[in-house]
Design a protein around this ligand. Structure first.
Ligand SMILES: [Zn+2]
Length: 654
């Protein structure tokens, strides 16, 4: 029986010490490796990749705890380690001897395609750290990297602090008369012995208030607090962009956008901008129509002009009128654990993988671990932690602890992934009940997790999601989320949590019909983020110029201008906090692949075994080792086309 490592949330200090020890050990090993006479892929490159795996294994639990059980201690640990890690990886990537050795192994040939890709990716990392530069400029790159990693962390931490520090207390219950009782109950608290309602900037509290609170002034108050988070980030933003720009120029790129694209699936910055603009042109008339419909509806209810803080409120009312969907009623059919079970069943039907609860420790009693089985054999482990709580970072994400691969000693290592979400917590009275949108989020993250877990690779650096190009990483996740609009999939788990009664055909049809409600407005928002992100990375912009770029993108794309105090960019952690910088377009880029793949299933049959197996083996079992466009072609027998995306959104009738 395979033995997984046990997640331990104790002894943070020990963990920090351990990371430092691994860094030291790795540095020693690298020196030893360089002394080898006959360097080969197996005795040099693979061992080198393994050092990264070991470091991630030691560090990842700390960063995971910082996400799911954030406190002063985890913050301190991260603040202490991030510069060290960045220094270590920069030093390694700037090591010309290691680079030379890898290059010789590459030129030697005799590599399989996976090994070749792993080497190419590694060499690219070296080149991006300026391995070929003179000493002075190399030093500068190292300095920039370390500075950037701590500035980006500060940026995110400021946003989290501001998110934590604001609340709105509602004493007058009538303001919440339209709010579903479960959400109201979650907000209920005591103040001076009186029952009051507390709303915060965390999800789902924030969205709940914006959607249902009838007091417009109070809605604006909460909205304003939300879009002015990160006020202290102006200076950080300026510094981050300046450093990214400087780094790009030292490495011979015109700007950071060019650097970012250099190793992505998309061919060029220009190509990405054209792609986004073209989609925007297609979508804008539909978005304008949607907005006009909403405005007319609000007018009927006595509101002359819609502002940003009215959108969720009136949209929900309109949605109710158009589709007669009662979220509160619907939630009873999406009980968290039933959804998880149903999702597992769906995956079993699609890919032939089954799940069993694992008996192991987690960091919270609400977090569970599951083992994946294929043909009776365990193939990976997945942690699922869905409920929102204080000190948990907002949003939903997938992360990985280990990568499925063969160690240099020839031992099998199985992959471990985490899914973290922020869904409505369970209470004494009721279990955690999800909105349909939450179910979609869960499937999305499950797509990422499966991509990581289903891969059988020998080389850890291209196993699972490792090494997958950023702009196609959302392909498996977006592919999977589509299935929550399939009747046969919903029927697997949509049952009333008290009575076990199945969700009726009529209700399911409403969900499917409502799918494209305001789809164009949603798409335009994504395109706005994508274009904004790409354009601010074309130079060393200060906070003021960032605003100018944002304004000009909004001129081109927005249907509704937010109020002037809206500083959404100051809390745009995707881009200023790190990984999605000059890469936010990836969501839409990957959606061309995911929509196309999904439509093939929708047209052929959701549980078509042959298709499922093709998808599992062509896409989900291939990680960073191969070009995703080729993998798509292998699956579909042709190149991906953006027509499917427009068809999915219902934009093809014009
Ligand atoms: Zn994703």
């Amino acid at each position: 029986m395979y033995e997984f490592p046990v997640f331990n949330d104790k002894n943070l200090d020990e963990k920090v010490k351990n990371v430092k020890a691994v860094i030291k050990k790795n540095e020693k090993t690298i020196k030893k490796l360089l002394k080898l006479e006959n360097k080969s892929f197996e005795n040099f490159a693979l061992v080198l990749f393994e050092l990264e795996e070991a470091l991630n294994f030691a560090f990842q639990p700390i960063s995971h705890l910082n996400g799911v059980a954030n406190n002063k201690k985890t913050q301190k640990a991260l603040k202490e380690l991030l510069p060290l890690l960045s220094e270590y990886s920069t030093k390694l990537s700037q090591n010309a001897k290691v680079y030379q050795a890898l290059k010789e192994i590459e030129q030697d040939g005799a590599l399989d395609s996976e090994q070749a890709m792993a080497l190419r990716l590694e060499l690219h990392d070296f080149e991006m750290e300026g391995v070929a530069l003179d000493k002075e400029r190399k030093k500068r790159i190292a300095k920039i990297n370390s500075k950037l990693s701590s500035l980006e962390n500060d940026f995110s931490q400021n946003v989290l602090n501001d998110t934590n520090s604001f609340e709105i207390i509602i004493e007058d219950e009538s303001i919440l008369k339209e709010m579903p009782s479960v959400e109201k109950a979650q907000a209920q608290t005591q103040k001076d012995g009186k029952a009051v309602y507390r709303f915060t900037l965390h999800q789902p509290s924030f969205i709940s208030f914006m959607t249902y609170a009838i007091d417009r002034n109070k809605r604006e108050e909460l909205y304003k607090a939300h879009v002015t988070r990160g006020v202290k980030n102006d200076e950080l933003m300026t510094q981050i962009l300046a450093l990214r720009d400087e780094k790009a120029k030292i490495l011979g790129f015109a700007n950071f956008a060019e650097l970012s694209i250099a190793h992505k699936s998309a061919p060029s910055v220009k190509n990405v901008e054209e792609f986004l603009s073209k989609l925007a042109q297609k979508g804008k008339p539909f978005a304008e129509k949607e907005f006009a419909e909403l405005s007319a509806f609000a007018k009927k209810l006595g509101l002359d002009e819609l502002f940003s803080f009215d959108l969720a409120y009136y949209s929900e009312k309109l949605r109710k009128e158009l589709f007669d969907i009662d979220e509160e009623h619907l939630k009873n059919y999406f009980e968290s654990s039933a959804v998880i079970e149903g999702m597992f069943l769906f995956i079993e039907k699609l890919f032939g993988i089954s799940f069993k609860k694992a008996k192991t420790k987690t960091w919270n009693k609400k977090a569970e671990a599951y083992d994946l089985y294929e043909n009776g054999e365990v193939i990976g482990r997945l942690y699922i932690d869905l409920e929102a709580r204080k000190n948990k970072k907002g949003g939903a994400w997938m992360d990985n602890w280990t990568s499925g691969s063969i160690t240099p000693k020839g031992l099998k290592r199985l992959p471990i992934a985490y899914i973290t979400c922020n869904f409505a917590p369970s209470t004494k009275e009721a279990p955690s009940l999800l909105r349909h949108y939450d179910v979609e989020t869960l499937f999305h993250e499950m797509g990422h997790a499966l991509h990581h877990l289903l891969l059988k690779s020998k080389v850890c650096s291209v196993s699972g999601v490792n090494g997958v190009m950023w702009d196609v990483v959302e392909f498996p996740s977006q592919f999977l989320e589509n299935f929550v609009y399939e009747k046969s999939v919903l029927k697997l788990f949509a049952k009333h949590y008290k009575t076990g009664e199945e969700l009726s055909e009529t209700e399911i049809n409403k969900i499917i019909k409502a799918r494209n409600f305001q789809a164009a407005l949603g798409m335009m928002r994504q395109l706005e983020f994508g274009l904004f992100d790409m354009r601010i990375h074309k130079g060393a912009l200060d906070a003021k110029s960032v605003q100018t770029v944002l304004d000009s993108v909004r001129d081109e794309i927005s249907v509704l201008r937010p109020p002037a105090y809206n500083k959404f960019q100051n809390s745009f952690t995707h881009v200023f906090g790190g990984s999605y910088s000059a890469g936010y377009y990836s969501y839409k880029w990957a959606e061309v692949l995911s929509a196309d793949a999904y439509m093939i299933f929708a047209d052929t049959g959701v549980f078509d075994a042959e298709l499922g197996s093709k998808m599992r083996h062509s896409v989900f079992s291939k990680g960073g080792g191969e070009d995703m466009n080729k993998l798509f072609e292998e699956f579909a027998g042709r190149e991906a086309e953006s027509g499917a995306l427009l068809r999915l959104y219902g934009f093809d009738d014009k």
